[in-house]
Design a protein around this ligand. Structure first.
Ligand code: ATP
Ligand code: MG
Ligand code: MG
Ligand code: MG
Length: 479
């Protein structure tokens, strides 16, 4: 099944269960001070769960673009090294706002995975909340009993508060959850261990695909829980992981979500995927990061030096450095992947098509500007490493790389890690603070606004202004 069909099958399934299908909300949030990017499917519906707004339909389903690169969910370091954590990914979700609850959520998840998508139930595991003494909560017997009618008991595992109890924040709606995991080992791998089908959930090839959250409590300011008058369902399934399972492969990068991008990288760089671990990591990282950056730009978030813009710049510079070092790309090249990305995903996300030219231009310019200093920066970094007799590189050097060569600190950390070294993060932040103090001192001297100056005060001409009476005022910046 092609990824497009996997997505539309999900949406149609829930449409047939009376859900309104809505487009993905923008990933970049402009007016939520608590969150920079949408990092889960429920984020755009927060106000419904808090009871501050009322949805038109109490059942909604969608595929939401999510970015997990900062804050509570930061998967950046995993990307490229494992095969199922991305920066940007799609989260398929279905919601009930005070409508259906556990019974339907569990039955429909099972129906979709097993009956509709045809996943072999012998590769599935589910988890159930084991309870928590501190909160005086019993295990989620209700969920356990519901699951029992679909799956054998030895495949229902207990999970603790960390994994199986979801909370919006310190206060507010919360509740137990059930996760669905898939054992993606091949038949040969299973045969090699005596055909054993049951494995430990910590096994790297047992991958979480779907999380069903049952919001049934409200956490009060004093920390205690009370039952919610209206119970809600919030589910999230990783689209790329689902594609991996349904396409019978063991890596998200081997699904048709990624293969067209990877083929393009191979063609341009003349480096094949699958022959060399360093190259493979680089190819995975680049194919992941180009999606994150392209989707962000399409949403209006350009790379910059502050806030969300700096997050995007960091991701892109990281990708540039991987392509420079491991794919020998000394010229801008990541922008050339946007065409295939927009062809592949433009139907589901039309903003990729309509903004394609802008996305390409912005990425290309970023590449050009970072490539101008990357080489010298790497030379300096190598020298620092050679000359250093400590395993920890000083904050001053890391700051110099940041300030002069545009190396974000996480990029420097990454390169050092490859060499078995670390950096002094505190020292870096100290240098950063010193620089801020210096520029603050400088700007305080010139905070006085534009002024009409005496001839001998004139420093820098900055333009003309016109009063309503059409009197021209010449303005100068006072330094
Ligand atoms: P994991 O334990 O694998 O990090 P999670 O528990 O953090 O996943 P949830 O917050 O429960 O994930 O999100 C719901 C679903 O979204 C997950 O079951 C998974 O399929 C998918 N998902 C989560 N993080 C990522 C990611 N970084 N890349 C791709 N899919 C993801
Ligand atoms: Mg996670
Ligand atoms: Mg998890
Ligand atoms: Mg989870």
């Amino acid at each position: 099944m092609k990824s497009q069909d996997i997505r539309s099958t999900f949406l149609n399934f829930f449409k047939n269960k009376q859900h309104s299908i809505v487009p993905s909300a923008p990933m970049v949030l402009k007016d939520d001070p608590t969150l920079m990017f949408v990092n889960s499917g429920m984020a755009p519906f927060k106000e419904y769960f808090l009871g501050n707004a009322q949805p038109k339909n109490s059942r909604i389903a969608d595929s939401q673009k999510c970015l997990r690169v900062s804050g509570k969910h930061n998967d950046l370091e995993e990307v490229g090294y494992d095969t199922y954590h991305h920066t940007l990914f799609e989260m398929l979700g279905n919601w009930s706002f005070g409508d259906y609850f556990k019974k339907e959520a569990i039955a429909w998840a099972w129906e979709l995975l097993v009956d509709v998508y045809g996943i072999d139930k012998d590769i599935l595991y589910v988890t159930v909340f084991e309870g928590n003494a501190e909160d005086n909560l019993p295990m989620d017997q209700e969920a356990f009993d519901l699951w029992k009618s679909f799956i054998s008991e030895d495949r229902i595992l207990m999970g603790n508060k960390k994994d199986n109890f979801w909370e919006m924040g310190e206060q507010g709606p919360c509740g137990p959850c059930s996760e669905i995991h898939v054992d993606i080992r091949s038949a040969e791998e299973k045969a090699a261990v005596d055909g054993k089908t049951l494995v430990n959930m910590d096994h790297p090839q047992v991958v979480e695909i779907w999380n069903l959250v049952f919001m049934q409590y409200n956490r009060k300011a004093n920390g205690s829980l009370e039952p919610l008058p209206q119970k809600h369902i919030d589910t999230g399934m990783g689209f790329e992981r689902l594609c991996m399972v349904l396409q019978g492969v063991q890596s998200n990068y081997d699904t048709d979500v990624f293969t067209p991008i990877i083929r393009e990288i191979e063609t341009i760089s003349e480096k094949p995927y699958g022959n060399n671990e360093d190259v493979d990591v680089a190819i995975r990282v680049i194919s992941d990061h180009v999606r994150a950056v392209a989707f962000s730009i399409a949403d209006g978030q350009l790379p910059s030096n502050t806030g969300a813009g700096y997050v995007i710049r960091r991701i892109l510079r990281r990708a540039i450095r991987y392509s420079f070092t491991f794919l020998d790309q000394k010229e801008p090249f990541i922008y050339r992947l946007v065409d295939v990305l927009s062809k592949k995903m433009g139907d589901a996300f039309p903003e990729l098509k309509s903004q394609k030219q802008l996305i390409e231009n912005v990425i290309k310019e970023e590449e050009q500007s970072f490539l101008r200093t990357l080489d010298q920066g790497l030379v300096l970094l190598n020298r620092v490493v050679e000359e250093s007799n400590s395993k920890i590189i000083s904050g001053e050097k890391v700051f110099e790389l940041y300030d002069t060569f545009g190396f974000p600190i996480d990029l420097t950390a990454l390169i050092l890690r490859e060499k078995g070294l670390e950096l002094n993060e505190e020292g870096f932040h100290l240098e950063m603070k010193k620089q801020k103090d210096r520029s603050r001192a400088a700007s305080e001297m010139s905070t006085e606004d534009w002024t009409i100056l005496m001839e001998d005060d004139v420093q820098e001409f900055i333009g003309y202004d016109f009063l309503e009476t059409n009197v021209k005022i010449t303005r100068y910046r006072k330094v």
